[in-house]
Design a protein around this ligand. Structure first.
Ligand SMILES: [Fe+2]
Length: 312
């Protein structure tokens, strides 16, 4: 906490709290998606939120996280007491896999997001949730992105799977480009994107992996690794169904984001995950993603348009 002559100077700083950050509102108003992380704008409450979130995850990560994630947390040398600076995170991450966290002001349209992964850039939210509501997460924040996602990006095999996913988005654009009828173009784009979003959800966001000793499972999905309650629930609760990943099931399975996940899929390794992304892309080329089952996620027009515009 910064002090001058014994006085707390951080109390006047507006802060970078999720949904209450004037800096972010201004950036959005000016149409700036990629921004700098204005580190001096984090106030004492923001750092306190990070400190509490980080402190309570420690034991749960040790028990339930994939070992590569635990190595990643160590590699990044995250400060348990303060919101991280993206430039510090990148100093430790880039030499390992080439991945870099890149600050954004808000939602990144689907194609841009996937294409960033292809370029080994990770769009990163810089706001942090309210310190008084640590469990309530209306949208991604820097704890989800940096403490949940980024430790996995230090692992070369996982990083390669993400890049492969970004390349599959490029393949989707080439397919979309060849469809001449505009209605059919929107319909097929929507179906392909739904399949991709479901795959991403059940792997990168909520994936489980067979434990290295073959006994039980560990989490590698960022949505689990950044949630104190759901991480334990995902591994221990008898209410969760856990199955070896089956692609035809994953791409047709709806999901809802406002409660703990009742159904999760297990991969054997990151090499296995990489292979699954390859099959997803092959199926895309064969037209097998053109008619996936309706239901969540519902895709915004912005997301669908982002693919169609990239193909123009
Ligand atoms: Fe995420």
């Amino acid at each position: 906490m910064a002090t001058t002559l014994g006085q707390d100077t951080t109390q006047d700083i507006p802060g970078l709290t999720t949904t209450r950050a004037p800096f972010i509102e201004a950036a959005r108003e000016h149409g700036q998606l990629y921004i700098e992380q204005p580190y001096e704008l984090y106030n004492a409450e923001n750092h306190e939120a990070w400190r509490q979130l980080f402190a309570r995850m420690g034991d749960r990560w040790q028990r339930y996280a994939n070992p590569r994630f635990l190595q990643g947390v160590e590699t990044l040398c995250l400060d348990p007491g303060a919101v991280p600076r993206l430039e510090d995170v990148n100093k430790f991450m880039a030499p390992r896999t080439g991945f870099k966290a890149k600050a954004v002001s808000g939602y990144v349209p689907a194609y841009l997001f996937f294409d960033s992964l292809r370029k080994r850039e990770f769009p990163t939210t810089i706001t942090i949730r309210d310190a008084g509501r640590l469990d309530y997460l209306p949208e991604p924040d820097i704890f989800h992105d940096i403490a949940g996602h980024v430790p996995m990006h230090t692992d070369p095999a996982f990083a390669d799977a993400l890049v492969r996913f970004g390349e599959a988005a490029q393949t989707a654009v080439h397919i979309v480009k060849r469809i001449k009828n505009p209605d059919e173009q929107v319909r097929r784009t929507t179906s392909i994107m739904k399949a991709m979003a479901r795959f991403f959800w059940f792997t990168v966001e909520f994936g489980l992996m067979r434990a290295p000793d073959g006994k039980g499972v560990k989490a590698y999905g960022s949505g689990l690794l950044s949630s104190y309650g759901e991480l334990q629930h995902s591994i221990e609760s008898p209410l969760v169904q856990r199955y070896p990943i089956q692609l035809e099931w994953v791409i047709n399975q709806y999901f809802e984001i406002d409660h703990y996940q009742p159904l999760l899929f297990i991969v054997e390794s990151f090499e296995h995950l990489f292979e699954q992304v390859g099959i997803l892309e092959d199926w895309m080329k064969q037209g097998k993603l053109d008619n996936v089952s309706p239901g969540e996620p519902s895709l915004s027009e912005v997301d669908v348009r982002s693919f169609i515009e990239a193909s123009a």
